[in-house]
Design a protein around this ligand. Sequence first.
Ligand code: ATP
Length: 217
Amino acid sequence: MGKPKLTRPWLVGLTGGIGSGKTTVCELFSRLGVPVIDTDAIARDLVARDKPVLHAIVEAFGPDVVDAEGHLRRDHLRSLVFKDPTLRLRLESILHPPIYDELDNELRLLKAPYCVACIPLLLETGATKRVDRILVVDAPEALQIERVKTRDGTDQEDIQLIMNAQVPREARLAVADDVIVNDADLGKLQEQVKTLHHSYLDFLEHEFASPPQVMDN
Ligand code: ATP
């Protein structure tokens, strides 16, 4: 039997806690010519004014979740679901299926050996089976807090609340196929991204019949 063929780019699901460096790592992959899909951006598009997903949210949560112009009141919705796990599940059941459908659509349109999808809640949404490889960006918690404080001016307590609602760091590391340790400068981060990039390309070259198309670098 010959090697299997890739019918769409191999999918690396990138995840990590708040402020771990997901966006920064995605940018570094992107600079190497790797296509990157941002599921947060997909989610934002899906809930734009007049979109069916927004209508479904209004139906489930009531008219107060949109403002006078029909835009989603994110903070209001977030505070509702943050307090009540049942509501959170309800929102997730509305949002997650179309997010993953759109991810699949975008993936099929890409011409590349592999693609990185940034999925902050990969574990929380039980979507680990949807990706071919799990890449975790990991940083010490104190550094996560420092970086988010500097970036957003958010206070420590609020960052801690978000961290407490995310899966623990150990759970993420337990399912990781690869880990990028983001505990130093950007140069070290870039080195790790380059090494992984080449190991993914090597792996694909060996495992699949259709040779990956060449990417820059
Ligand atoms: P969030 O979960 O909030 O979306 P994230 O995981 O995408 O965050 P980033 O936005 O990439 O994290 O990084 C958090 C902040 O830390 C950013 O301001 C980023 O520029 C900075 N940062 C990330 N990694 C490093 C690093 N190695 N050295 C210096 N600054 C860094």
